[in-house]
Write a protein that binds this ligand. Structure first.
Ligand code: SPV
Ligand code: MG
Length: 431
């Protein structure tokens, strides 16, 4: 008997899947590949039920003979293993980023003498509603909040992009690239104090207050599902920080990062050029402890940001603080540097990992931008935050447009490199 292979990544079985299995059945015994959690988060959407449960679900379907785990979005390995005569898939992958995956499947099947069967994708109101409901589920605080911890456990490195509005949130949420047949996307969003302040035309000195920061977070949450890490600046007074932890947790924020400075905080990229004072380790530890006491769920993370390298207090001080803050209950450590050379960051990471193998490590490679995610991960980094690049790319583009209109006394010249009106009015999904 011939073998038909199909890959599922769904959590809910609807008529489209049943139809596909019925079709597959006509050609032979049906093997369903369950896309692994790890592959799924790069490819499609974050799972709300674990892969073991999805496997059980697919096994229970009428017409399915067996289920295997497909651990890569590319079919190469699984097809070499199973050697099916047929692969069956909905015809919705002919365009868009999945087209590259399809092309590779066709090539591999051709080489092995197999055939691709494509069935019309089931696109009706019921299926669309189910899809919307699944997405909405991911936006719920209880799902979104825990997602960062889950990602740290699943990804070699969690990639985070800055967002400071609904629109930048959508970019972080939806940008997908295809490279060598594999898809990639950002895992989470960073609500930067620098970019949130800059968007409001204000300096990054904790002037934009928490009510306004929460408003920004809410705007982002309205239109996205990915987890959010808040740049909490110094965290303010410990007594206030406790209330803010509760609020953030309730909203579904996954983590807050607070930095060990006191008094008038300035942006770290000023380094010692601006007057900035580091908080003493014991007082900052007490703030972390207060935050952890206030926290209600196990999901939320309070991450301690160490400014010793920024303020030129030395590596030993940074390492001492890292262990003191972890001891105080910090769920992660962020080390920051404004040197172009990543040497001091890497030395910190290696030495920190020698003393602590488990606590998540966060870096913000703004100044040391040559280094890749892979290299950072090799030194024990878990989370890489691209903290300001969206803002820094949008600002010069907008300024150039303003100048061009002023110079030409009309919009034609500027228009030539702008997104079309049609594109912008269809950019936002309607319910
Ligand atoms: C931010 O994005 O606001 C940060 C990172 O705190 S940095 O600007 O490098 O200090
Ligand atoms: Mg900041």
């Amino acid at each position: 008997m011939k073998t038909v292979y199909t890959c599922f990544c769904t959590e809910v079985i609807h008529e489209g899947h049943r139809n596909l299995i019925r079709q597959a059945r006509r050609y032979g015994r049906v093997i369903v590949g369950a896309l692994s959690d790890r592959a799924l988060i790069r490819y499609n959407r974050f799972p709300t039920i674990p892969q073991e449960e999805r496997i059980r679900l697919y096994r229970s379907l009428e017409g399915v003979d067996s289920v295997v785990l497909q651990d890569d979005m590319l079919y190469g390995d699984v097809l070499s293993l199973i050697r099916p005569e047929y692969v069956i898939h909905g015809d919705n992958w002919k365009t868009g980023p999945e087209a590259a995956i399809r092309a590779r499947v066709i090539q591999q099947l051709e080489e092995a003498g197999g055939t691709l069967i494509e069935t019309p994708y089931t696109d009706n109101e019921r299926v669309r509603r189910l899809d919307r409901q699944l997405r909405e589920k991911l936006a719920m605080p209880e799902y979104r909040r825990k997602r960062l911890r889950q990602l740290i456990g699943m990804c070699p490195v969690v990639k985070v992009l800055e967002a400071h509005s609904g629109l930048t949130g959508l970019i972080a949420e939806k940008t997908v690239v295809e490279q060598n047949g594999r898809l990639d996307q950002f895992d989470a969003m960073w609500v930067s104090s620098l970019c949130d302040s800059t968007a409001k035309g204000k300096p990054d000195i904790e002037l934009v207050d928490m009510s306004s920061r929460l408003r920004t977070i809410d705007d982002i949450m309205e239109v996205t599902t990915k987890p959010i890490i808040l740049d909490g600046d110094t965290g303010g007074l410990a007594e206030h920080f406790m209330y803010n932890v509760r609020t953030l947790e309730r909203m579904g924020v996954s983590a807050v990062i607070i930095e060990d400075k006191k008094g008038l905080k300035k942006n770290s990229m000023f380094g010692t050029e601006a007057e900035q004072t580091q908080e003493d380790a014991a007082t900052f530890s007490a703030k972390i402890r207060a935050g952890k006491r206030a926290q209600l769920t196990d999901d939320f993370m309070i991450i301690a940001r160490i400014e010793s390298l920024i303020l030129e207090r030395g590596m030993e001080d940074a390492l001492y603080r890292a262990s003191a803050f972890v001891e105080a209950g910090a769920d992660g450590v962020m080390i920051h540097s404004r040197r172009k050379d990543p040497a001091e960051i890497l030395e910190f990471c290696d030495r920190f990992r020698a003393q602590d193998r488990a606590t998540p490590l966060v870096v913000v490679p703004t100044a040391f931008h040559d280094i890749t995610e892979e290299e950072l991960a090799a030194h024990g980094v878990n989370i890489v935050i691209y903290a300001n690049q969206l803002t820094r790319s949008a600002f010069p583009a907008m300024q150039r447009t303003a100048e061009q209109i002023l110079r030409c006394h009309r919009a034609k010249e500027a228009d030539e490199r702008l997104m079309s009106i049609q594109e912008i009015i269809t950019l936002i999904d309607e319910l």
